[in-house]
Ligand binder design. Structure first.
Ligand SMILES: *[C@@H]1O[C@H](CO)[C@@H](O)[C@H](O)[C@H]1NC(C)=O
Ligand SMILES: *[C@@H]1O[C@H](CO)[C@@H](O)[C@H](O)[C@H]1NC(C)=O
Ligand SMILES: *[C@@H]1O[C@H](CO)[C@@H](O)[C@H](O)[C@H]1NC(C)=O
Ligand SMILES: *[C@@H]1O[C@H](CO)[C@@H](O)[C@H](O)[C@H]1NC(C)=O
Ligand SMILES: *[C@@H]1O[C@H](CO)[C@@H](O)[C@H](O)[C@H]1NC(C)=O
Ligand SMILES: *[C@@H]1O[C@H](CO)[C@@H](O)[C@H](O)[C@H]1NC(C)=O
Ligand SMILES: *[C@@H]1O[C@H](CO)[C@@H](O)[C@H](O)[C@H]1NC(C)=O
Ligand SMILES: *[C@@H]1O[C@H](CO)[C@@H](O)[C@H](O)[C@H]1NC(C)=O
Length: 276
């Protein structure tokens, strides 16, 4: 059965939250850490059990990344939260919280980890020399990744050449940005790669940077200009060649002119046949 390969949950630890000292402190027994596998979408269930049944327990609820998950409040000492479609964006810090009428609430933190996935980036950036390129990558996946930018050299990631000090990288949690100011046509074009790495895995995405010369925006205009010039030259040459024939024709009406020209053709044909 492929079930074992597809196991969604790797339960790394189920542990007893110990609150040393006071006899009557509430204790929570629950899931400690879960790793969501990249290609596995079978549901994952997080569990918390309040094991001290001598407390004035009133309610439990779930939190994700410090915010209450709506609709999870209930008054059962055993509580579950089901992640029905586990993906990287479902990873994060979960907490089950038990509140009491006569003491502060107790909670257990559950780390739901996943390899980073890059959910936002530019495929390409087309700019003129002198402008500023801004490339970015956004990720999901917990823990937040550490970020790196590389430039591909025949497909091989290399340190970004920063000889003239125009490259700036800024990264924060699930976002990173590469800025190249005063773009140079001979140094900067190429394929840039952002890489997100955390304890579970890594992911990379690339952005193609194209840099056009200052003159580039003028090319269409110059093209049209060239066309006009060529047209004018053709017309002038044509007019000049035509002129000696045309001057007498101008005085004649349109009808006879036609027959005249066909007659000319006939004459020519005849002459040609005669020579043959
Ligand atoms: C906590 O859970 C573990 C595994 O499910 C179990 O072995 C242990 O007895 C539980 N502890 C309490 C106090 O219920
Ligand atoms: C919590 O309690 C339920 C039953 O009440 C049990 O099936 C489950 O294994 C317990 N979970 C933990 C983590 O102790
Ligand atoms: C996930 O599946 C894709 C193809 O569907 C494969 O290329 C990739 O290596 C798999 N990743 C993992 C972590 O198994
Ligand atoms: C509940 O707490 C009371 C005092 O706070 C104590 O006397 C009693 O033994 C406790 N019961 C259990 C099951 O822990
Ligand atoms: C509390 O949870 C347990 C196990 O999850 C379940 O068997 C029981 O019916 C629940 N009780 C209430 C009142 O919801
Ligand atoms: C969780 O418990 C810690 C102490 O163990 C406390 O500082 C924190 O405020 C609690 N969080 C919530 C949401 O109750
Ligand atoms: C990125 O992290 C911030 C907090 O650090 C969060 O508010 C935001 O929703 C996250 N964005 C994504 C796409 O996960
Ligand atoms: C590139 O050089 C500038 C100036 O020395 C520096 O401020 C910047 O951090 C460097 N960027 C990278 C990516 O190393």
């Amino acid at each position: 059965m492929p079930g074992s390969d597809l196991l969604a949950v790797v339960l790394l630890g189920v542990c007893l939250l110990q609150t040393a000292g006071a006899q009557n402190e509430p204790q929570i027994n629950g899931t400690r850490e879960v790793i969501l596998q990249t290609n596995d979408t079978s549901p994952v269930t997080l569990q918390c059990n309040l094991t001290d049944d001598n407390s004035s327990f009133s309610q439990s609820y779930w939190m994700k990344n410090g915010e209450e998950i709506p609709g999870t409040r209930q008054n059962n000492k055993s509580t579950e939260y089901k992640i029905s479609k586990p993906r990287a964006d479902e990873s994060g810090q979960y907490q089950c919280v038990f509140s009491f009428s006569n003491r502060p609430s107790a909670n257990l933190t559950i780390e739901v980890k996943a390899a980073p996935d890059i959910t936002g980036h530019k495929r390409s950036e087309n700019l003129n020399e002198g402008q500023t390129a801004l490339m970015y990558c956004k990720s999901v996946g917990y823990p937040h990744p550490s970020w790196q930018w590389k430039k591909l050299n025949n497909g091989a990631p290399m340190e970004i050449p920063n000889i003239t000090g125009r490259c700036f990288i800024e990264s924060k949690d699930n976002y990173t940005e590469l800025k190249i100011i005063n773009l140079q046509i001979d140094e900067d074009p190429g394929v840039y790669q952002c890489n997100a790495l955390n304890s579970i895995g890594e992911k990379s995405m690339t952005t193609i940077l194209r840099v056009r010369s200052h003159l580039a925006p003028l090319w269409p205009f110059l093209g049209v200009l060239a066309e006009i010039i060529i047209l004018v030259i053709i017309i002038v040459i044509y007019e000049k060649r035509k002129k000696p024939d045309e001057v007498p024709d101008d005085d004649e009406p349109a009808g006879p002119m036609k027959t005249n020209s066909t007659n000319n053709h006939k004459d020519k044909n005849l002459r040609q046949r005669n020579t043959n």
